[in-house]
Design a binder for this molecule. Structure first.
Ligand code: FE2
Length: 444
């Protein structure tokens, strides 16, 4: 690379980062300007922070990583670091903290952002691994987008009239079969090359899987309604011991935000009740419910590796793509991402987003539970800090993949990994099932 092309590359990277920061802050503003100050300070569920905590926390992380670490600048508000440290302040306790009021929080995140734009002009991307290819900026964009999705889940939990508006997702444009056979063999899982991929997506490594069959689309409301109607919630044989204990204790009878509506069901979406539509992926189910459904259906949840091979592996070239459709960034034709719509799209709405083997809607719509507990890939190294993912490794959390309608494209890739407790369902979580291939199916 010549010096001039290097300089041009750096300029393009600065422009890209500035555009991503702007786009992300516009979403944060939309989510926090949609309600009044009292609502911003209120806790809508003990599972969630007041929205104003998320807002200032986003600014505080940006200050810590970009202003202080990358920029080497003086702190903007060192006095509030502890208030906005997610590890020091459990969510349930956050409303009682002396939080910045909405006006102060907005002014704070604005002054941090001004300093970031200033240092972006002069930062040298080759100087340290933290800023190589703009990584620290990408990490902060993704962090803010992840909190935006969390704030969207808070909006889903708040009572009162609807304040968010979006057009409905597209109607089906293709017929989708039931299942897809994924042939036996190795594939590359994880990545070494995606510049903004986070530590837990690295390194790339080979995984050899036997043949298996995976659902061509996420489990739908229609499928799930049959599980309910046939007594799935009343029969402990479909549930794990922990799942059944939770089912009883929490008195689960249907996905979160559902209620009976005559003979059918209705689903509350951001302040509006709508009839449950059978061809949409089911959302707001816990890992335990997903596991019970899969057992009832005579199947199981896919492992994380099975999910990723079905999403990324190209049988023609043998390589793993960034996304099911290829390496290009998602567009509105590929997937239901980025809060463009406020609920999952019906099955068949995104034929252009299907994988080479014909698996649909792996990206967007609903986060998909896998059977896998969250751990580092072989060769994992924490970067840039253990608290991003390593402290969550272990059997307590299950991996979710693929992003939801509330996930931004910046925080979603074929390698992107999310995790949560198996009882959680305030997130935009659904699933698809898998099973081992039968011998007659897997014969070449
Ligand atoms: Fe955070």
């Amino acid at each position: 690379m010549t010096d001039t092309s290097h300089a041009r590359g750096a300029e393009q990277l600065r422009d890209l980062i500035a555009a991503e920061l702007d786009r992300t802050r516009a979403r944060t503003a939309l989510l926090t300007d949609a309600v009044d100050d009292a609502d911003l300070m209120r806790q809508h569920s003990p599972l969630m922070s007041p929205l104003v905590w998320d807002l200032a926390h986003v600014g505080n992380q940006e200050e810590l990583w970009l202003v202080r670490d990358v920029g080497g600048r003086d702190p903007v508000r060192q006095d509030i670091d502890d208030l906005y440290d997610a590890f020091k302040q459990p969510r349930k306790d956050r409303p009682a903290l002396p939080l910045l009021a909405p006006g102060e929080a907005r002014a704070y995140v604005g002054s941090v952002r001004d300093k970031v734009y200033d240092l972006l002009d002069t930062v040298r991307f080759g100087e340290r691994p933290l800023v190589a290819d703009g990584f620290a900026f990408g990490m902060i964009v993704q962090h803010e987008q992840q909190h935006d999705e969390t704030m969207l889940a808070t909006h889903q939990l708040r009572s009162g009239p609807a304040v968010l508006h979006a057009p409905p997702p597209p109607e089906p444009r293709a017929t989708v079969g039931a299942e897809v056979l994924i042939p036996a063999g190795p594939f590359t899982m994880g990545t070494d090359t995606d510049p903004w991929a986070l530590d837990n997506e690295r390194p790339a490594h080979r995984v050899d899987l036997p043949a298996y069959v995976i659902d061509a689309a996420p489990v739908t409301n229609g499928d799930y309604r049959r599980f309910i109607a046939e007594g799935g919630y009343d029969d402990p044989r479909w549930w794990s011991a922990a799942g059944w204990a939770h089912r009883v204790e929490a008195d689960l009878t249907a996905p979160m935000h559902w209620r009976r509506d005559g003979d059918g069901w209705a689903y509350r979406r951001f302040g509006r009740w709508a009839p449950v539509r059978d061809d949409e992926p089911v959302v707001h189910v816990s890992w335990h419910e997903a596991q019970a459904y899969a057992a009832w259906a005579g199947k199981r949840l896919p492992t994380e590796a099975e999910w990723e091979k079905a999403a990324r592996w190209d049988p023609v070239t043998g390589r793993s793509r960034r996304y099911p459709w290829g390496d290009d960034d998602p567009t509105a034709d590929h997937a239901n991402l980025g809060q463009r719509h406020l609920w999952p799209a019906p099955v068949g709405a995104y034929p252009a987003g299907a994988s080479p083997l014909g698996v649909h809607q792996m990206i967007g719509d609903v986060w998909e539970w896998t059977s896998t507990a969250f751990r580092g890939h072989p060769g994992f190294t924490a970067f840039p800090y253990r608290e991003y993912s390593e402290v969550f490794f272990g059997d307590d959390h299950r991996v979710l993949r693929g992003g939801s309608f509330g996930t931004d494209r910046a925080a979603c890739r074929g390698t992107f990994r999310n995790w949560d407790y198996p009882i959680r369902r305030q997130i935009f979580s659904g699933f698809r099932c898998a099973r081992d291939a039968r011998p007659e199916e897997s014969r070449p």
